[in-house]
Design a binder for this molecule. Structure first.
Ligand code: DAH
Length: 342
């Protein structure tokens, strides 16, 4: 009856193990010591397995089954005792689980449009330009009239301009700040004016609200060479000294002569691609010599002073800088997009 004795012996060991675990309560160290005592390399249950080699082959399967059951029972009991003990540690007020991985704090970053604005401001500040601001809700007079844009000019079309009333608009560009500053001050003037602008337009490259930076330099003998020098330096600082640029004749009601500045395509380097419509060039800003008609509106004598002005879209610069193809991304505030500019 060797088998019966074995069964009883196994049961005894298991019961003893369960009792000791019960007594260990929530003491992790003790529970671990019991694991070694019963299931370790020289543990009591492990030792019982060694009897398998001594019993007759007929009895071996039955004994094996009993031993496996015993081991499983004790393993499960140790497992749940360990769980209970850990749970107790976590829920008790005094203890901190220093092994818990820390939470990484989410650190915000400046919006890409803000970053580019600051970059532009920094470059012009280094050249002596002062930063000024103007109202976003603007008089029709400053937005159009003072800039030599007469009542029937297509730029005033209801399609483009948000009218608040007959003579109040949301400014469609930052150029009205030029007129406001000149009206208030006497030359020399050397300012840039960043800010929000509004047009009734929406697609891949237009949003109803966007940002511009205006620039203005007025004084005695300010010439087109000054305009070229300042804007060339700006392009080289913004996009790198290797980037080529060109001044292309253009028209604006408030400048004469006028020029648009193109830079070599940031995608293909000028060889021609989809982004630059295979021209090799990308337009980045409008500029020109302040029109005498504008000087007259603000009470300056065009025989006495000259000046140049320029204006650029900030999102456009940002899109070129980071190769972004959809303007609307800037305003959807999807963190997956914004996180890329940290
Ligand atoms: N205000 C123009 C626009 O929104 C940009 C511009 C062009 C500004 C030429 C200027 C300038 O000061 O001289 O398209």
């Amino acid at each position: 009856m060797e088998q019966v004795a074995d069964r009883r012996e196994i049961e005894q060991v298991v019961n003893e193990a369960l009792r000791e675990l019960e007594e260990a309560k929530k003491d992790l160290k003790l529970i671990d010591a019991l694991r070694v005592k019963y299931l370790g390399r020289k543990g009591l249950i492990t030792n019982l397995f060694k009897q398998l080699g001594k019993v007759s082959p007929e009895k071996r399967p039955e004994l094996g089954r009993l031993l496996n059951e015993a081991r499983d029972t004790v393993e499960r009991a140790i497992g749940s005792a360990t769980e209970r003990a850990k749970e107790a540690i976590l829920t008790s007020k005094e203890t901190i689980d220093v092994t818990t991985p820390g939470r990484i704090p989410i650190i915000g970053s400046l919006h890409p449009v803000t970053q580019v604005t600051q970059e532009i401001v920094r470059i012009f500040s280094q050249m002596g330009f002062e930063v000024v601001e103007g109202p976003e809700v603007e008089l029709d007079y400053y937005n159009f009239e003072a800039l030599n844009i007469p009542k029937d000019h297509p730029a005033r079309d209801m399609q483009d301009t948000f009218y608040i009333s007959e003579d109040v608009v949301l400014r469609t560009h930052t150029s009205p700040i030029q007129a406001r500053i000149m009206e208030k001050r006497r030359p020399p003037i050397q300012i840039i004016a960043p800010g929000k602008t509004y047009r009734c337009d929406s697609d891949m490259t237009h949003t109803p609200m966007f940002h511009q930076v205006e620039g203005l330099m007025v004084g005695k003998d300010i010439s087109f060479s000054h305009l070229k020098a300042v804007l060339t330096l700006f392009v080289h600082r913004m996009f790198g000294p290797q980037v080529g640029l060109r001044f292309r004749p253009s028209f604006f009601p408030f400048t004469e002569p006028s020029a648009e500045v193109d830079i070599q395509c940031v995608m293909c380097g000028g060889s021609g691609c989809k982004v630059c419509s295979y021209t090799g060039w990308l337009e980045i800003l409008g500029s020109g010599m302040v029109d005498p008609a504008v000087f007259e509106k603000v009470g300056y004598d065009p025989e006495e002073v000259t000046g140049f002005a320029f204006g650029m879209g900030i999102e456009r610069i940002a899109m070129l800088k980071w190769s972004i193809d959809d303007l609307r991304l800037f305003f959807e505030n999807d963190v997956r997009f914004l996180e890329q500019f940290t």
